[in-house]
Design a protein around this ligand. Structure first.
Ligand SMILES: [Zn+2]
Length: 371
């Protein structure tokens, strides 16, 4: 089981870090049907100020593709709505994603495997797998409680089936998959899971003449031409472009963290690379209605400080937290609009499925277009 650990930083208000005796497992659904509201988005949410302010936290989020772990299991969290009760203090909280662009049944099945694995490892009896509802009366996990796509009893049966050792059967043999790649026929190792054939990214890439490695910092596979494995893909920028990036980062994010500043540059460069946007840094920054600070009379006179200059340098050397974001909006602006009973374009577009909300960082919310 591939679990991505992305912990809420120590010291945050939603990471109380009291000892959790791990006597129970609590099952939730996120209730967030927005497109893109998968496990990674929730990991980002839990690390942000909004979640710390509530405070809210749990241990794992599962979607149809990934499992994110946000806290060590042996720490308590705020998910059960029972104050200092056994839900918050003695259980491991798991949220199942219900994003409308995900496969809910797959997310459940992934959760079943995770729950069974935790039960085995922590010797938690099956009757101590609880619904959020059992602690606070909240209607959660809402779909499962309503029998969608199946009942809680079926969920528990599935966990039980996962706990029972399977009758010994020979492992599915690794099989060779023959690929015709650009006219060159190649054999790579394949394996079969749930009736689908998979090939390893590393071997598939090698057959294509690329090298695949794992970038642990950015948590993504990196594919490069062989022999060029470490060369960054970052295209060179001119001194003028660099100066422009420093200026726009100054105006857009001078009060933000280093990461928040790097993200501004990431978004601009993502736009340069994306279809539907101009192809140069200059044209992206000065595009009409793109970056409001460009309208300032004193735009060019900005004096970016050393911190901003360093952040731009880091972004240009390949530091990228953007998850492909091509839009951002100030959260204060979003709230202001909401207070006035309207929505900023970005939020409206996200509600309508034209943008995907990715994460919040500082006072900025990041989005990307729907492919
Ligand atoms: Zn819940």
């Amino acid at each position: 089981m591939n679990i991505i650990q992305d912990f809420i930083p120590a010291g945050r208000r939603n990471r109380p870090a009291r000892a959790n005796p791990m006597n129970f497992i609590t099952i939730h659904e996120t209730g967030n049907t927005s497109r893109g509201a998968g496990a990674r988005n929730h990991a980002n949410y839990l690390k942000g100020d909004a979640a710390a302010g509530l405070p809210v936290s749990w241990h794992y989020t599962t979607d149809d593709r990934e499992i994110y772990q946000h806290l060590p299991e042996n720490e308590d969290a705020f998910h059960a709505g029972d104050g200092g009760g056994n839900g918050n203090r003695q259980s491991i909280g798991i949220e199942i994603c219900v994003n409308s662009d995900g496969d809910f049944q797959k997310a459940i099945d992934r959760t079943v495997e995770l729950v069974a694995e935790i039960c085995r490892r922590r010797s938690i009896p099956i009757e101590n797998i609880r619904q959020h509802n059992s602690w606070s009366g909240k209607n959660c996990p809402q779909n499962i409680r309503a029998g969608r796509p199946h009942t809680w009893e079926v969920f528990i049966d599935k966990v039980r089936a996962n706990l029972t050792p399977a009758p010994t059967q020979p492992a599915e043999p690794a099989r060779t998959v023959t690929l015709d790649i650009l006219g060159k026929v190649q054999d790579v190792r394949g394996f079969i899971e749930n009736g689908e054939t998979f090939v390893r990214l590393t071997e598939y890439s090698a057959a294509l003449g690329f090298a695949a490695t794992w970038d642990g910092d950015r948590r993504l596979p990196v594919i490069r031409k062989e022999g060029d494995a470490t060369a960054p893909t970052v295209a060179a920028v001119t001194d003028d472009e660099k100066r422009l990036l420093q200026i726009i980062t100054h105006w857009e994010a001078r009060g933000e963290s280093e990461k928040g500043q790097i993200l501004v540059v990431n978004v601009i460069r993502n736009r340069v690379a994306a279809a539907g946007f101009p192809d140069t840094i200059n044209d992206v920054v000065y595009a009409p209605n793109a970056f409001t600070p460009t309208k300032r009379a004193d735009f060019d006179e900005a004096q970016p400080n050393a911190r901003t200059i360093a952040a731009v340098d880091k972004a240009l050397s390949g530091e990228d937290y953007s998850q492909g974001a091509t839009f951002f909006h100030s959260i204060s602006g979003i709230r202001q609009a909401e207070a006035e009973g309207r929505k900023v374009w970005h939020e409206q577009a996200a509600d309508e499925g034209r943008l995907i909300r990715l994460f919040d960082e500082g006072n900025h919310r990041f989005y990307k277009g729907v492919q």
